[in-house]
Design a protein around this ligand. Structure first.
Ligand SMILES: C[S@@+](CC[C@H](N)C(=O)[O-])C[C@H]1O[C@@H](n2cnc3c(N)ncnc32)[C@H](O)[C@@H]1O
Length: 233
């Protein structure tokens, strides 16, 4: 059986319906992990609260544990250029931006213009207006227009489009750069429910990365599953 405690860090309300990972054991393990990780700063907590009060699908936000992981990776890499695909209200962008180099910039792409107000308000509160650039539109159209070489990429937009986004972004990732893709286990359905359409697309994505000679990869069972792919020299 698939161990219930694997998806640590997944928000408890990640899916509307109770699912196979929503157990007392996974809740307690998550609470323990969060209690033994550096907590988010108050601004991130405020953004999380604001997102839950003012958006329809607040569970899309990365949350404290994955947010801390994104910050840690970024702080280790000190990237000059980050690309995020799928900004939502800006939680993960703020986490990733904490590691930017002095002259670093994070580009983030969001198709829903209604989210612009929240993101810009919280980016401003964090004093990062000059470091976080929001592009409103479809990632498939915007990625090709970005004339940058990225050190770090976070894919977190439409799950059916991951393969396309990956193929558009990989040529723009520097050798040694890291790409991370969120939700690749899709609440366990990628493994346990092959009939689910999104699970099928994510399985195809995971298979594609696994077979890709250009990268070395690791599928981490953090939260909803995070694929890490490092571009070979
Ligand atoms: C899971 S949420 C992102 C969460 C955010 N990265 C975080 O952790 O706080 C996915 C976002 O991608 C956006 N999105 C979906 N399809 C997109 C596309 N084709 N291009 C750009 N953004 C897209 C959605 O509107 C949504 O806000």
């Amino acid at each position: 059986m698939y161990p219930k405690f694997l998806l640590l860090g997944r928000p408890l309300h990640h899916r509307p319906a109770k699912d196979m990972f929503d157990s007392d054991a996974s809740r307690r393990l998550l609470a323990y992990c969060q209690a033994h990780s550096t907590p988010p700063d108050p601004r991130l907590n405020e953004l999380e609260r604001h997102t839950y009060l003012h958006t329809l699908h607040p569970q899309m936000l990365s949350g404290p544990l994955q947010g801390r992981f994104l910050t840690l990776i970024s702080q280790i890499m000190r990237p000059r250029r980050i690309l995020e695909v799928g900004a939502f209200t800006g939680y993960s962008a703020l986490c990733l931006a904490k590691g930017l180099a002095e002259d670093g910039v994070l580009h983030t792409i969001e198709v829903n213009d209604e989210l612009r107000g929240i993101l810009e308000t919280f980016v401003k509160k964090a004093g990062l207006e000059h470091k976080i650039i929001l592009h409103v539109g479809d990632a498939v159209e915007i990625i090709p227009t970005l004339e940058e070489t990225f050190d770090l990429v976070f894919l977190d937009a439409g799950k059916m489009d991951y393969l396309r986004h990956y193929e558009l972004v990989l040529p723009k990732l520097r050798a040694g750069g890291l790409l991370m893709a969120d939700n690749v286990l899709w609440g366990g359905k990628t493994v346990l429910d092959p009939e689910d359409e999104t699970a099928r697309a994510l399985h195809a994505f995971n298979e594609h990365v696994q077979a890709d000679d250009r990268v070395e990869n690791l599928l981490l069972p953090l939260r909803d599953g995070l694929m890490l792919a490092c571009k070979k020299p």
